[in-house]
Each structure stands twice: as structure tokens, then as C-alpha cells.
Design a binder for this molecule. Structure first.
Ligand code: TRP
Length: 339
């Protein structure tokens, strides 16, 4: 057997996407982006910035464009590596909306109308565009276009992911086996990062009290101020527990950014007060995020470099997308495009 006869091993495909929301916070980083980064050696990874999803609710075009670049710079700064993975913008790849159309034609309308995110988002708007109803179909297309096996997502995307699985199965049954039925990957337990100001709710960019949200690109003095003014709990012991949501959250953060078990940290701080503890959390978070922010700042205004990353991501994604799309068009019964 010579090496030349061997087929190159193909890695299973991971795909995940996020809307270009602007600034990523510590919960996005520890709960999601770090995990994506860890998959880059073992999987062929597609990381999409879904600008077409972003226009399903009212938005400002100039902000969308700026946020799309900024998100790319933040992902790269967090360790998503364009030499290993495909980082692309959804609107750069022909196939997402095309496949969404076909999947939409086999998708029961009722299933879309019952989506909880659709109901939530439409309640918040005066007029609702049809694109908002179609959002989950486009998301299914994002996933199936690349034949993803694993899709890392937040728990809030469970219903959307179920739809993607249903549509894959329905297409396979209606036409013939074509798509992998993708599996969700909900991340590691224990990385739910809560607001520093109201530790009963998740850290969020839409929290009215922004002192509770740590952004990756916050300057060190801002991070320190927010952490030192985090709410703690009654008593003075540094230990995790349901009766101590504030301290538990800070322990969780410290554990995640230092890769040390909670029990070790509880030992280290036994007999010490909240003040020392918070100072340590602030130092550790800053040590972890400062290189990320610096890398971001180098990159974010280098539009040429960001465009180059988008180009190589789109080239690779487009190749995979055309492969799927032409197969799907053939099975659907469309006449082959004359060359
Ligand atoms: N709806 C997802 C979210 O808001 C974003 C998304 C769009 C996505 N397409 C996707 C996530 C495909 C995973 C796979 O988080």
C-alpha cells in the first residue's frame, strides 16, 4: 500500500453560526466560543456570521456592517483560527437562501408559527416580516448545506435544531437519503455565566443594568470596576451553593478563566473575605481577556485583513455549498442549468 492510494481522511463537520450582535460578553466566550475553538483540530469547522438572520428584525444597515467586521475580529481574537477553520459571512455564500426555499416548501407552517422565539420576537414588534417566521428554516439550511454532524448551540436554540433535524429527515424521506441528521452540542455543564448584578439571570447584552455584563473588549479598568461592584450574598464565606448565587457565579467565572476546580478555590479563600476574593477574580479575568482585547484592537481596523479572512472562508464554504445545492436541485427535479 502506498500512501498515494489512500483517500485523505475527511473529518466530521462542525458548523455553528451567530448573529453579528456587536460585542461578545464573557458568557458568550466561556459558554460557547472557547468550546468552538477546541474543536478546530478534530473537526472541519464552519463558523458563520449570519447577517441574513440579523435583518429579520428592525436594524440599521451601517451598524450591521460594522458589527459584522467587529464580530469577525472578536472571533479571531478568541482563537478561531482562519488557517484551520472556515470563518464566513452567510450573505457571501450562495446556497443558504436557496436551500431555505426548498426546505420551506416541505416545512409545515404550523411548526413555524409555534416556535417560541418567533412568538416572543413578534410580540415585541409592531409589524412582523415574513422573514422572521422563516428564520428557523434559514437556520436549518445553514446547517444542512454543510452536512454538519455536530452543531454547538445554546439551549435556547433547541427548538430550532429540532426543526433542522425534522427537515433533514423529511427531505431524506420525500426525495432520497441526502442529509446527515445533525446532533446538537449544548456545551459543558457549569459554564452558565450569570449577570454580576442579578445573578439569577444569565449575563446578557440586553440586561438593562450593564454593570452586570463583562464584555471581552471592555478595557481592564472597566472590567475591574464591574467585578469589584458585583453583588455578593449574605454571610462572608467564599463558597458555592444555591443560597449564594452571587458568590457561586464569581467562583464559576474564576474557575473557568483559571482552569481550576471550584473546590480548590473554596479552599484557597476559606477564612478570607469577599474583598480579597473579588480582587482575585478581577485580576484573573483581566489576565485572561487582555490578550483577547489587544488582538481585537490590532485587527478590527485592518479591513483588508478581515476581508481576506472572509474571502478564504467564503471560498471554502461556497465549494461545500455548491456540492450540496446541486445534489439537492437534481433530487428536487429542477432541470440542470445549461452550461
Ligand atoms: N439562531 C442562532 C442564534 O441566535 C444563530 C444561528 C443561525 C445558528 N444559523 C445557525 C446557530 C446555524 C447554529 C447553526 O444563536
Amino acid at each position: 500500500m502506498t500512501a498515494t492510494n489512500e483517500k485523505p481522511a475527511t473529518k466530521p463537520v462542525v458548523l455553528t453560526c451567530a448573529q453579528p450582535t456587536g460585542k461578545l460578553h464573557l458568557g458568550n466566550y466561556l459558554g460557547a466560543v472557547i468550546n468552538w475553538g477546541r474543536m478546530q483540530d478534530d473537526y472541519e469547522c464552519f463558523f458563520g456570521i449570519v447577517d441574513q438572520h440579523a435583518i429579520t428584525i428592525p436594524y440599521t444597515p451601517a451598524d450591521l456592517r460594522r458589527n459584522t467586521y467587529s464580530c469577525l475580529a472578536q472571533y479571531v481574537a478568541c482563537g478561531l483560527d482562519p488557517s484551520k477553520s472556515h470563518l464566513f459571512a452567510q450573505s457571501h455564500v450562495i446556497g443558504h437562501t436557496e436551500l431555505a426555499w426548498i426546505l420551506g416548501c416541505i416545512c409545515p407552517l404550523g411548526q413555524l408559527e409555534r416556535m417560541t422565539q418567533f412568538k416572543d420576537k413578534s410580540r415585541k414588534q409592531e409589524s412582523v416580516g415574513a422573514g422572521l417566521l422563516y428564520y428557523p428554516v434559514l437556520m436549518a439550511a445553514d446547517i444542512l448545506l454543510y452536512n454538519a454532524t455536530v452543531v454547538p448551540v445554546g439551549e435556547d436554540q433547541k427548538q430550532h435544531l429540532e426543526l433542522a433535524r425534522d427537515l433533514a429527515e423529511k427531505f431524506n424521506r420525500t426525495y432520497s437519503p441526502t442529509f446527515n441528521v445533525p446532533e446538537a452540542f449544548y456545551g459543558r455543564a457549569g459554564t452558565r455565566i450569570m449577570s454580576l448584578q442579578s445573578p439569577d439571570s444569565k449575563m446578557s447584552k440586553s440586561d438593562p443594568n450593564q454593570n452586570g455584563t463583562l464584555y471581552l473588549i471592555d478595557p481592564p479598568e472597566v472590567l475591574r470596576k464591574k467585578i469589584l461592584s458585583a453583588v455578593t450574598d449574605s454571610g462572608s464565606e467564599v463558597r458555592a451553593g444555591d443560597d449564594k448565587p452571587g458568590v457561586s457565579n464569581l467562583l464559576n467565572i474564576l474557575s473557568a478563566v483559571t482552569d481550576r476546580p471550584i473546590a480548590d478555590l473554596e479552599n484557597e479563600f476559606s477564612g478570607k473575605g469577599y474583598g480579597d476574593f473579588k480582587k482575585t477574580v478581577a485580576d484573573a479575568v483581566i489576565a485572561r481577556l487582555d490578550p483577547v482585547r489587544q488582538r481585537y484592537e490590532e485587527l478590527v481596523n485592518d479591513t483588508a485583513a478581515l476581508d481576506q479572512i472572509f474571502k478564504s472562508g467564503a471560498d471554502a464554504a461556497q465549494k461545500a455549498a455548491y456540492r450540496t445545492l446541486s445534489k439537492v436541485y437534481r433530487k428536487t427535479g429542477f432541470v440542470e442549468r445549461p452550461r
